[in-house]
Design a protein. Structure first.
Length: 138
């Protein structure tokens, strides 16, 4: 096997891994999700007072932060995932859809930028279009 074949195989494995991570979000499966993260992981949310948005450090804090997405949007889904890989960095582009407690709905394109280490995600940095909530008619 030459280096190009090895890189392709590695990228295929990484794509499969990113698909697993995306599916865990859509399944609301915190254990599967956290199995994709390093123990010293970081998560930078889409919003917050800091330059990177609200930031969470370490396995337990990231786990708690991830679970907030499902609490705030019980029907949350990340659709049409498309992944890009470059070395130890990766990007997932998707459409976030979810309904807030007040009945308004969010649908917006977003990206997650990842730093990968040892076959897991060490940093998840999330960005989402700042689109107004949609009113859902009955």
């Amino acid at each position: 096997m030459n280096n190009q074949e090895a890189n392709t195989m590695s990228n295929q494995e990484t794509l499969a891994f990113l698909n697993t991570f995306s599916q865990a979000w859509n399944d609301h499966d915190i254990d599967a999700l956290m199995n994709c993260m390093t123990t010293d992981c970081e998560f930078h949310a889409i919003a917050g007072a800091d330059l990177l948005g609200a930031s969470f450090y370490g396995f337990d804090d990231v786990k708690t932060a991830f679970q907030l997405a499902w609490k705030n949007f019980p029907d949350a889904q990340w659709l049409d995932g498309d992944h890009f890989i470059s070395g130890d960095r990766a990007v997932t582009e998707s459409t976030f859809c979810g309904t807030k407690a007040d009945g308004t709905r969010v649908e917006a394109r977003m990206v997650d930028i990842f730093t990968l280490r040892d076959g897991k995600i060490q940093v998840k940095n999330a960005f989402r279009k700042d689109r107004p909530s949609l009113t859902v008619s009955a």
